[in-house]
Design a protein around this ligand. Structure first.
Ligand SMILES: Cc1ncc(COP(=O)(O)O)c(C=O)c1O
Length: 432
């Protein structure tokens, strides 16, 4: 008799705790299918940096291709020191290399943090797509904090206080991300200080996701860790400001008081990813050390993003949409509610219908607001203004005298596809 059992069957719909494939990947696949059909598609869905990795950082990666040994689980000491120096330089906060944890992307570190810390997850609506699913996977409670369009979707200290006051001693982890994905908004110092005061009052552990910090359009990023150093972990990495998303390197910097969390994360890291890719870590030392070439790279990246962001912002507003003014990164979060009546006639009732119809009728791919935690029926969506040749644009921007803005001739020359996407979207809104 054959006692061999067949392996357990797998649900081909592959889902984990009710989660299925991310909407970001789904819209990308749909866009690719349209491209295969010969359609012109404007990929404003996926939030990938359009800029190349700075040459000096690439050179360092080449020079270290031979590095083959496993590195310490917490990270290459030279890199941990460079990251600590980076935050000290930028924020004036006294980190040392021992306070830093390096991982294969900050997303992985966030997941491990949620795994080891038992508190509720607090996130503002809207928030980046992965915070909530990660909490769901590890079985944490998710508490959405409300924001309003009138206040440009920024979290207000009063809202945080209103939430925490009900159960002041409850352990909580809050993720604050700015410049923000998806809203493009950021915080000024006064607002950060007020939020920090509430976080301290309720002893919230604050994960400050500053992965777009260097892409503040005016180079004026300030970390909330300045105002709540004892409770804030700063998250950063190479993916956005250094254009190296595919290299997979993220960093967490911990205050000494949260060293126990860093150690707990180290235990999970040692049993999961072991250590981050060695050549990438060696190259990242160069990126975090900075220098004139990186300063210039960032200066021109910001200049380009500021001009494009403003261009889209002004045109969408003129077309009748509602949206916060972009202050950093490369996203806009747009409220299309003023078009609800017209869209209803076309069968659009929620943000997913909206994005599907827009993609079908114009080739413009953007992501529905629902995946960022907005109410499903709200007609909102995120647009990433990154579908252009970043290497060419950096060369062009360096030729425009400092202090002069990148005018419409420049935009037409370097971002024709983005301008066309904006035309398509605005015209569609007019006639839809
Ligand atoms: C707000 C935000 N945080 C974190 C990440 C994760 O970045 P990485 O895992 O590449 O470091 C992203 C990537 O899109 C992001 O937009």
């Amino acid at each position: 008799m054959n006692h061999r059992k067949s392996p357990p069957t797998v649900n081909l719909n592959l889902n984990v705790r009710g989660l299925s494939k991310s909407a970001t990947l789904e819209i990308n696949e749909k866009s690719n299918a349209l491209i295969r059909e010969g359609r012109e598609v404007f990929k404003l869905g996926l939030g990938q940096s359009p800029f190349p990795v700075p040459e000096s950082v690439v050179a360092e990666l080449k020079a270290n291709a031979h590095q083959k040994a496993y590195l310490p689980v917490m990270g290459l000491p030279a890199l941990c020191n460079a990251v600590a120096d980076f935050h000290r330089r930028m924020e004036g906060i006294d980190f040392t290399g021992d306070d830093v944890l390096i991982g294969p992307g900050s997303k992985e570190l966030m997941f491990i943090l949620q795994l080891v810390y038992y508190g509720d997850l607090l996130i503002p609506s809207p928030s980046w797509v992965s915070y909530a699913p990660q909490a769901q996977i590890v079985g944490r409670h998710i508490r959405w904090l409300q924001t309003t369009w009138e206040n440009d979707l920024a979290l207000f200290p009063e809202e945080l206080d209103r939430h925490c006051r009900k159960d002041p001693d409850r352990p909580r982890l809050m993720i604050l991300n700015y410049p923000n994905n998806p809203s493009g908004n950021s915080f000024i110092s006064g607002k950060l200080k007020a939020l920090a005061d509430v976080a301290r009052k309720y002893r919230i552990i604050l994960l400050s996701d500053e992965i777009y910090g260097e892409l503040n359009h005016r180079g004026q990023h300030v970390s909330i860790a300045r105002y709540y150093p004892e409770g804030t972990i700063i998250s950063s990495g190479l993916s956005k400001w250094c254009g190296a998303g595919g290299w997979r390197l993220g960093t967490f910097a911990f205050p000494k008081s949260l060293g126990w969390l860093k150690e707990a994360m180290g235990v999970v890291a040692s049993e999961t990813f072991t250590s981050t890719s060695a050549p990438i870590q060696y190259a990242a030392v160069r990126a975090f050390q900075g220098g004139l070439d990186i300063e210039k790279y960032l200066y021109y990246s910001r200049r380009i993003l500021r001009s494009l962001g403003q261009y889209f912002y002004q045109r969408l507003r003129k077309a009748g949409a509602i949206l916060p003014e972009p202050r950093g990164g490369f996203y806009l979060f747009v409220n299309f509610e003023p078009f609800r009546e017209k869209l209803r006639e076309k069968g659009v009732h929620n943000s997913t219908d909206f994005c599907n119809l827009l993609l079908d009728e114009t080739g413009v791919a953007i992501l529905p607001g629902v995946v960022f935690g907005r109410p499903a029926e709200e007609l909102s969506a995120r647009l990433a203004y990154v579908d252009f040749d970043g290497a060419r644009a950096l060369v062009g921007a360096a030729q425009v005298p400092n202090g002069k803005s990148l005018d419409s001739d420049f935009l037409n020359l370097y971002f024709p596809k983005m301008i066309k996407a904006c035309d398509q979207l605005c015209q569609w809104l007019e006639v839809c």
